[in-house]
Write a protein that binds this ligand. Structure first.
Ligand SMILES: Nc1ncnc2c1ncn2[C@@H]1O[C@H](COP(=O)(O)OP(=O)(O)OP(=O)(O)O)[C@@H](O)[C@H]1O
Length: 264
């Protein structure tokens, strides 16, 4: 469960370059929810994920994960609870290490031990079994360097590694944006499978409205640092891109009307 209360985030506060990136975000996400996050460029999507991950602290407000207040926790400490996958398949894996070495490192997440003991046969069997599920033939390439894999293969491996030790929270920051449409769909289906099998609370940023509608059980639209739409259950089911755009313009109109009332 993630609980965000009155999160405010400015960049360059008090200077001419001031940006009000998150404007009083209040959000309760239940355990196991799969939330797609959409919004135009600069809406605050990555800033929201960065605040949750502890890349920087909000100017005010609090963040709780699974009942623990993590607001003051640095990023490395939150990494015990949070896994993150980025748009760039080069992030999240070590290209000069082999597939099995990368997987062995992922399996040590949150533990103090290093890779000194090497990769054991029992680990190898387990990795092979996990890789087989991807259906990409990677189970026969355990000793290949990860840098040799295609973007899609690498992103599939990254998803597996990010969730091998079940995190409390999975943050996906446009993780399919750099992939061709067919591979993007495969990775999305894999994402859905993983999220529902381990029931991990997930936030997924996407610029693709169709994906945002088809995947996950909740959809949040950010606009100028605020949550403009929050749709779930029946409201989300059967939604079309046209409905979503209509709701966006309606909500934006209401916001503008409210702002002008406040300013009048
Ligand atoms: N580290 C930073 N320093 C200064 N300004 C920042 C920083 N990170 C984000 N911003 C600004 O905060 C606002 C929100 O940016 P953010 O990256 O969260 O938007 P986004 O919704 O993820 O956009 P996009 O879809 O383009 O990635 C933007 O105006 C951006 O320029």
């Amino acid at each position: 469960m993630i609980s965000l209360t009155d999160i405010i985030k400015y960049f360059h506060k008090g200077s001419v370059n001031e940006v009000f990136a998150l404007n009083s975000i209040n959000l309760e996400i239940s355990e196991g929810d799969f939330v797609s996050v959409i919004g135009s460029n600069g809406a605050g999507k990555s800033t929201l994920l960065n605040c949750i991950a502890g890349v920087f602290f909000p100017d005010s407000g609090s963040i709780r994960i699974g009942g623990t207040d993590v607001t003051g926790w640095p990023e490395y400490k939150r990494a015990r609870l949070i896994s993150r996958v980025f748009q760039d398949p080069l992030l999240g894996t070590c290209p000069s290490a082999t597939i099995e070495q990368n997987m062995a490192l992922a399996r040590l997440r949150g533990k103090k031990r290093g890779l000194g003991r090497g990769v054991k046969k029992s680990d190898r069997d387990y990795f092979r079994e996990q890789l087989q599920k991807l259906g990409l033939g990677l189970e026969d390439r355990l000793l290949d360097k990860v840098g040799l894999l295609s973007g899609g293969q690498r992103q599939a491996l990254t998803m597996l590694m990010a969730t091998m030790i079940r995190p409390e929270v999975l943050l996906l920051d446009e993780h399919i944006a750099a992939l061709d449409p067919k591979t993007a769909n495969q990775i999305l289906n894999l994402t859905q499978e993983i999220v529902s099998s381990i029931k991990v609370t997930t936030l997924m940023i996407t610029h693709n409205m169709k994906h945002a509608i088809s995947f996950g059980n909740r959809l949040i639209m950010l606009h100028q640092g605020r949550i403009l739409l929050d749709l779930r259950g029946k409201e989300k089911e059967g939604l079309t891109v046209k409905d979503l755009l209509t709701q966006f313009y309606q909500a934006q109109g209401e916001e503008l009307a409210m702002d002008s009332l406040l300013l009048s």
